[in-house]
Design a protein around this ligand. Structure first.
Ligand code: ADQ
Length: 436
């Protein structure tokens, strides 16, 4: 709680126009000793506590064992358990009660993400005077897929407690709009509007952006430049550096990009003396079985590639399974000629935008999955279908061989888009629409 992450950084500047802002959130730990509320950097922080059992049922169970895979097109099977849902409902109720207690009369409350889908409806029942917004950071699936959920009505009605519902892409917004109507939970009043028992609910897309200024400025920093130079020197020059930066999650396509790289080396379309790959994998959800087996798969592939193609002192894949600091990540972005962002499904993918923002000299090539929300905006990336491994291999070779002029043209267009639609633009766009 004392070091708020990217979402707070994105929201904070947009909050400048609002008085008495409070941030409610789970600390991520049991945190028995945290105070009930405290001030940090001009914002009131209100920790919501979860017990070990609630963490298991709500967070690992319903949020990450049911909703996460279901909303990402069932790349992994989604499990449906009544006791998970019951834990999820209770935790959502607690968040709604905290928010009801904190919010001033007629205040705006902005609820975030799939862990808290029931909160808008619960909060409206407690405090009908509030303006309630909800934003989903991950994709929203087709109504056909969503309808498998035994609690489809409850979860849909939960979201519909909002005045404004935001999604990453028009496709996600369209899926929710169709679902609400097909379940009979709302009636259609327009392309972006619904009627819920006489109350208007807007459903729109608000693609999330990053703090472009921060990445652009910091990437020019002397220390970052030095660090990226050192990194390249360690890899051995002249050299093409490929980079992947992801949470270690099965949605991100880390394994498919390693397989593509391995095949390219085996077919001698790429050579270990000329290219190397860095894969940064942020540890994530390591109590969940699917994440444990993904880690094993990825680490086996890294071992196979280095075993088959590496030399003593010169591995072909440099794999780091740790959190990196902001400046270390920037140095990596600066050092990489080709950025590989190949999720099977992703709400947006901020890494793609961070790479673009860090390339202040307009060099570098982004290979981007067409199934990431970011592909709607970064159209001059090399767009790939991560399920088509031959297509992915062709794109990687194309990226490695791309002439500087073409790379610059593509990068310039992407930088314009990422700088224009930044984090403040996203947050103010949403809040302006929500304000009465
Ligand atoms: P995530 O699935 O977490 O986010 P992403 O958007 O790529 O995915 O954000 C990851 C963040 O973590 C980036 O800011 C990145 O720099 C950082 N990161 C990754 N690896 C790291 C490491 N090893 N050390 C330190 N930092 C690391 C969810 C959705 C996305 C959506 C975002 C925001 O799944 O689709 O873009 O929320 O809405």
């Amino acid at each position: 709680m004392t070091s708020p992450g990217g979402l707070v950084a994105a929201l904070k500047p947009a909050m400048a126009d609002f008085d008495n802002v409070a941030w409610l959130g789970w600390t991520g730990e049991e945190a028995r000793r945290t105070p009930s509320a405290f001030d940090h950097d001009g914002m009131r922080l209100v920790p919501v506590r979860l017990s070990e059992e609630e963490r298991e049922l709500h967070y690992e169970g319903m949020a990450n064992g049911t909703l996460w895979p279901l909303y990402h097109d069932k790349i992994q099977p989604a499990e449906f358990h009544r006791h998970w849902y019951e834990g999820y409902r209770k935790v959502n109720q607690r968040f709604a009660e905290h928010a009801a207690k904190e919010a001033a009369k007629g205040a705006i409350v902005w609820v975030h993400d799939y862990q808290l889908q029931l909160v808008p409806g619960m909060l409206r029942a407690l405090r009908p005077d509030l303006r309630i917004g909800y934003f989903l950071h991950i994709p929203f699936p087709s109504p056909e897929l969503f309808s498998q959920l035994p609690w489809r009505r409850e979860l849909t009605a939960g979201i519909l407690g909002s005045d404004l519902v935001g999604f990453q892409s028009p496709d996600d917004a369209g899926n929710f709009h169709r679902l609400a109507v097909s379940l009979g939970e709302a009636t259609r009043t327009g392309k972006n509007t619904l009627d819920v028992e006489g109350r208007a609910v807007s459903v729109r897309s608000f693609p999330i952006g990053i703090d472009y200024e921060r990445y652009d400025t910091a990437s020019r920093d002397h220390d970052v430049t030095e660090e990226s130079r050192d990194l390249r020197a360690q890899l051995g020059q002249p050299h093409t550096v490929l980079l992947g930066v992801d949470r270690l999650d099965y949605t991100k396509g880390i394994d498919v990009r390693l397989r593509a790289f391995k095949e390219l080396l085996a077919e001698e379309r790429l050579h270990a003396s000329q290219v190397s790959m860095i894969q940064i994998a942020e540890p994530s959800r390591d109590q969940v079985e699917a994440y444990v087996s993904l880690r094993e798969r990825v680490e086996r592939l890294v071992g196979e590639i280095n075993g088959d193609f590496g030399r003593v002192g010169y591995p072909v894949v440099h794999y780091i399974h740790r959190t990196r600091s902001f400046s270390e990540l920037l140095a990596m972005y600066r050092a990489a000629d080709v950025m590989l962002v190949t999720p099977f499904r992703d709400g947006m993918n901020l890494v793609a935008k961070e790479y673009v923002a860090a390339r202040h000299d307009e060099s570098g090539v982004l290979v981007l999955s067409e199934f990431a929300g970011a592909a709607h905006q970064l159209k001059t990336a090399l767009l790939v279908n991560p399920y088509d491994i031959d297509g992915l291999k062709t794109a990687i070779v194309q990226a490695v061989d791309m002439k500087a002029d073409e790379a610059r043209r593509r990068m310039r267009t992407m930088r314009r888009s990422v700088s224009k639609d930044d984090a403040v633009c996203w947050a103010t766009g949403f809040l302006k629409q929500l304000a009465p």
